[in-house]
Design a protein around this ligand. Structure first.
Ligand SMILES: Nc1ncnc2c1ncn2[C@@H]1O[C@H](COP(=O)(O)OP(=O)(O)OP(=O)(O)O)[C@@H](O)[C@H]1O
Ligand SMILES: [Mg+2]
Length: 288
């Protein structure tokens, strides 16, 4: 987790705008994969986020940024019904996935999580071999075709194959943190998802591993739709086509704090000419 003072010291506003412009060219809004309408989430009656509406586009990277506690993790968990598993969490409003209500009674949350995979902040490989980690999902789901081929394909897609092809039977726990994170991405890819959700996937990694994950996102978005949460604004500027800035709305009495979506637009716009003063203050490091 990054504190606000860290953010102030690490951000160079000009370079952010440049990065976003260099990477932001050429994105045109396309097919909508998720349509979020008036979403609110509460935990045991306390609103964590409210009135969030946005569209997520196919074959793009969408980033959620904002200060700690503004509800980014809460929000990203709505995209594959992960909040179903959080005690006390209630989701209101609509999340349409390819036009279908993700929260409809006839939708199987397990199938949802296969189609919409998730990678977490801390790599969480199973205490099994590298091979068995990747083969786990296909085995459980009884997916057809050669398992060896599926494992190799997923590891190649996650840019890990060259590093592990001669040690597939070794424990995944022996991999470095950056390799473990790519393993988790490969494990997610092995069940052929449509969307990959990543909640701060590179926050615990060194700059080289971070670059590899970012390169991977550029590569993977050709085939998948990617949604990420990041505290690293350079990262958002480098990888995201669209960026949503969230903030915390504090009630006048100071007691109620609720996450709100302040602005959602092309990344280049968010980092160069945001429409909202709060976004500008945040991306230029004047947040406070
Ligand atoms: N399982 C939970 N039970 C109760 N409250 C929760 C739970 N998870 C999150 N919250 C609350 O919801 C609000 C939003 O939290 P969330 O974790 O979504 O923020 P975030 O933007 O991801 O923060 P960070 O950048 O620190 O990861 C916070 O006030 C938090 O305390
Ligand atoms: Mg979070």
């Amino acid at each position: 987790m990054v504190t606000m003072s860290d953010q102030v010291t690490t951000i160079e506003p000009m370079s952010l705008a440049q990065i976003a412009q260099e990477h932001g060219d050429g994105f045109s809004e396309r097919e909508v994969v998720f349509e979020v309408k008036d979403l609110a989430v509460e935990y045991s009656g306390n609103a964590a986020i409210r009135e969030v509406s946005l569209d997520v586009y196919k074959n793009s990277v969408t980033a959620f940024i904002g200060p700690s506690g503004c509800g980014k993790s809460t929000f990203i968990r709505c995209f594959n019904r992960m909040n179903d598993l959080v005690p006390g969490a209630r989701v209101h409003g609509d999340v349409l996935y390819r036009g279908k209500d993700l929260y409809a009674a006839d939708v199987d949350p397990v199938e949802v999580r296969r189609r919409i995979g998730m990678v977490f902040q801390k790599p969480n490989p199973f205490p099994k071999s590298i091979y068995d980690n990747i083969a786990f999902g296909p085995r459980v789901l009884n997916l057809k075709g050669s398992l060896d081929e599926r494992v190799e394909r997923a590891l190649r897609q996650a840019a890990l194959w060259d590093e592990v092809s001669n040690r597939l039977k070794e424990s995944a726990l022996g991999l470095s943190g950056g390799q473990q994170q790519r393993l988790c991405i490969a494990r997610c890819l092995a069940v052929e998802p449509d969307v990959i959700l990543m909640d701060e996937p590179a926050s615990a990694l060194d700059p080289i591993s971070t670059t590899r994950i970012e390169d991977l996102m550029h590569e993977l978005k050709r085939q998948y739709t990617i949604v990420i949460v990041t505290h690293n604004m350079q990262q958002a500027a480098r990888v995201a086509d669209m960026t949503a800035f969230f903030s915390v709305d504090v009630a006048p009495d100071g007691n109620k704090r609720t996450g709100i979506l302040v602005e959602y637009d092309r990344t280049s716009k968010i980092f160069t000419t945001p429409a909202d003063k709060r976004t500008e203050d945040y991306v230029t490091g004047r947040f406070g």
